[in-house]
Write a protein that binds this ligand. Structure first.
Ligand SMILES: *Cc1c(COP(=O)(O)O)cnc(C)c1O
Length: 388
């Protein structure tokens, strides 16, 4: 009988070196926001990502908000955004009173469909209302088709923001995720591949823009001794303590990527022979950090359905989740425009109906992973033994 400890989807995994940086901050009394860890963490992320500069912020959401503000997104403007993602990808569009337009996924990467983007751009151009920005998400660590998406954006001279919150450590044709667009954003939320308990980063080759990002993120204080403000700012910087945690985490990022990829591979070896299961693909020329192992379950007559499989896992105290509910299906965004992959299929809706994410934490033991595998095997077997 296996013990029934809870297996989490993606719990924090400390390296052991975090305490060193925190102690150092305490000993030097750099408890105040900003300080040497923030500067160093920014430099280290910029180096890792191969970009000129990085600004440490309080969350990935804040980084998206600032990126959109830097692109002068305002009231009534359109911003195109991947639909299959976490709500944080689109909320900042609404913070600025702009309107999101959602773009479907394509089957090869589950990310933004270039053909849907092309139709959306053509139509927007026809009515003379092109978007101010396009936000492209790299879902569960898998890069979107950046060449195609960038060339469409370039055609209309529209800046592309990479929401790389889930893809730190991934690459696209050898280039670090987040470094290909005008801006890239990362998240260090507690469930991400590395964490500061909460935090984010805005990266870019535009150093002038990132100087402005730091200005906006510290209440937009003009250079005067008497606290003068000409425009509205935010309190969005990362604290020096948390940046210390981030520095220690970044040192083990590559190990974390390899652990998560190994977890994906073990799931695939154990379960890949089941006809009804299809693992998230990895596009040629890309390397995914496999933040979460995602797969789909074919809907079959007499076969177990996704909700039953999720329930079987929950009953075994295993945290698994459906894939993100597409944003164009959310009550929050009812009435927003949406462009599907093509006339016949809405890829994101299909993925939502059939897709799930399995526990993928880099600290998960082999025994814990086996518990997940056994649970899935047994669930699928009880309904249709032939399908194994
Ligand atoms: C986590 C996440 C964010 C938001 O990051 P926070 O640091 O939690 O604000 C944005 N986009 C995607 C795709 C995410 O997964």
């Amino acid at each position: 009988m296996t013990t029934n400890n809870r297996i989490f989807l993606s719990p924090p995994h400390m390296s052991g070196r975090e305490q060193y940086y925190i102690n150092e901050a305490f000993e030097t009394n750099w408890i105040a926001p900003l300080g040497p860890n923030v500067d160093a963490f920014e430099q280290e992320i910029a180096d890792y990502s191969g970009v000129r500069d990085a600004a440490a912020l309080s969350s990935g959401t804040a980084a998206l908000h600032i990126a959109l503000q830097l692109l002068e997104v305002g009231k009534g403007d359109l911003v195109f955004c991947s639909t299959l993602t976490f709500v944080a990808s689109a909320n900042p569009i609404c913070y600025l009173n702009a309107e999101p337009v959602f773009i479907d996924s394509e089957p090869d990467t589950w990310n933004m469909s270039p053909s849907a983007l092309q139709r959306a751009l053509e139509e927007a151009n026809r009515i003379g209302k092109l978007p101010k920005a396009v936000i492209v998400v790299h879902l569960y660590g898998q890069s979107a088709k950046m060449n195609e998406l960038l060339s469409l954006c370039n055609q209309y001279d529209i800046p592309l923001i990479e929401d790389a919150a889930e893809s730190l450590g991934s690459t696209y044709q050898g280039q670090p995720s987040g470094s290909l667009g005008k801006f890239g954003i990362f998240s260090f939320n507690g469930n991400k591949i590395i964490t500061t308990s909460g935090g984010g980063m805005l990266i870019s080759n535009d150093e002038e823009a990132l100087r402005k990002a730091r200005f906006l993120a510290t209440q937009a204080r003009d250079p005067a001794p008497h606290y003068q403000h000409s425009i509205m700012g935010y309190n969005y910087r990362l604290s020096n303590l948390l940046a210390g945690v981030g520095r220690a985490q970044l040192q083990v990022l590559d190990e974390r990527v390899e652990s998560r990829r190994a977890i994906f591979d073990r799931y695939k070896v154990a379960l890949g022979g089941i006809d009804r299961l299809h693992f998230m693909p990895e596009l040629a020329g890309t390397k995914s950090n496999r933040w979460l192992t995602a797969l789909t379950v074919d809907e079959e007559e007499n076969g177990i359905k996704l909700p039953e499989l999720l329930k079987a896992l929950a009953d075994q105290n295993i945290e698994a989740r459906p894939v993100w509910k597409p944003l164009h299906m959310q009550p929050l965004f009812a009435g927003s425009l949406f462009y599907s992959h093509n006339d016949e299929s809405c890829v994101s809706e299909q993925l939502f109906q059939t897709g799930l994410c399995l526990p993928s934490g880099s600290s998960m033991s082999l025994g814990e992973q086996q518990r997940v595998i056994t649970c899935i095997e047994e669930s699928l077997m009880t309904v249709s033994p032939q399908s194994r």
